[in-house]
Write a protein that binds this ligand. Structure first.
Ligand code: URA
Length: 248
């Protein structure tokens, strides 16, 4: 891969900025300053640094965001502010999109990625990836058994069995393995209640990083990325599992 393409793909510098940085002697490959921005590197093997700071190679980008209220989970919207607007400008070109949606008034864990295949798998209704929501309701929560057995929503759809862990009379954690439109709100509405606060705290193997304030984000760690790829049954994770099986 060309060095300037690598730096641009990693959202570190545009191609023209890369050329300038090379001329200024700010870029090294394997510790040696380079004199061509169009030279080739192997992103899996070579160590590229800008001003002495290593630029790590990411084939895909995975970002955990603590979504604040008032933002919509889409890539662009003519009327609303999108979660992508919480990212710096240089990340716009990464083609990130939210993997799953949270309502405009919902908060908490939102995964953003540019890995369409994995996102598709994680969101597939067949895969039943667990989502955990902290809910605070307007009234005491009654009828938990119905939530746990599967509850029939106003449109006639019966949900899959869920798990509810009560923390207080009006609040608790609901775990669901599916993701229908406004599902959590509609499940509590079917109990005659109303969700006044909805926060996602878990998505598959990911748990909301509570050190992130609302509106803040970070890249997933390598361990989180591996767990996520395994949850989506990616080729890499499958191969690792198969290798693991061979060793047993
Ligand atoms: N269920 C809802 O009702 N809203 C969300 O944003 C997510 C799940």
């Amino acid at each position: 891969m060309r060095l300037d393409k690598f730096l641009s793909d990693m959202a570190v510098a545009s191609r023209s900025e890369s050329a300038k940085a090379v001329r200024a002697g700010r870029i090294t490959v394997n510790g040696v300053p380079v004199n061509r921005a169009d030279g080739h590197i192997d992103p899996e093997k070579d160590t590229v640094a800008l001003d002495g700071v290593q630029v790590f190679y990411r084939r895909f980008n995975y970002i955990m965001m603590n979504k604040p209220e008032g933002y919509v989970s889409s890539t662009d919207d003519p009327r609303e502010t999108t979660v992508l607007e919480l990212l710096p400008d240089n990340m716009r070109k990464l083609n990130l999109f939210p993997c799953g949606r949270l309502d405009k008034d919902a908060v908490g864990l939102l995964l953003l990625t540019d890995n369409g295949v994995l996102a598709h798998r994680l969101l597939s209704p067949k895969r039943h990836v667990d989502k955990v929501y902290r809910v605070v309701c307007a009234r005491d929560v009654e009828g938990v058994e119905a939530l746990e057995e599967g509850i029939t929503l106003a449109d006639g759809y019966t949900t899959m069995p869920a798990k509810y862990e009560r923390t207080e009379a009006r609040s608790g954690y609901l775990t669901i393995g599916e993701g229908k439109y406004h599902q959590v709100k509609r499940m509590f509405a079917a109990l005659g209640n109303h969700v006044s606060l909805l926060e996602r705290v878990g998505f598959g193997p990911l748990t909301l990083d509570t050190s992130l304030k609302r509106g803040e984000w970070r890249y997933l760690t390598d361990a989180e990325t591996e767990m996520l790829e395994a949850a989506g049954g990616s080729e890499k994770a499958k191969k690792t599992t198969e290798k693991g099986k061979d060793r047993q």
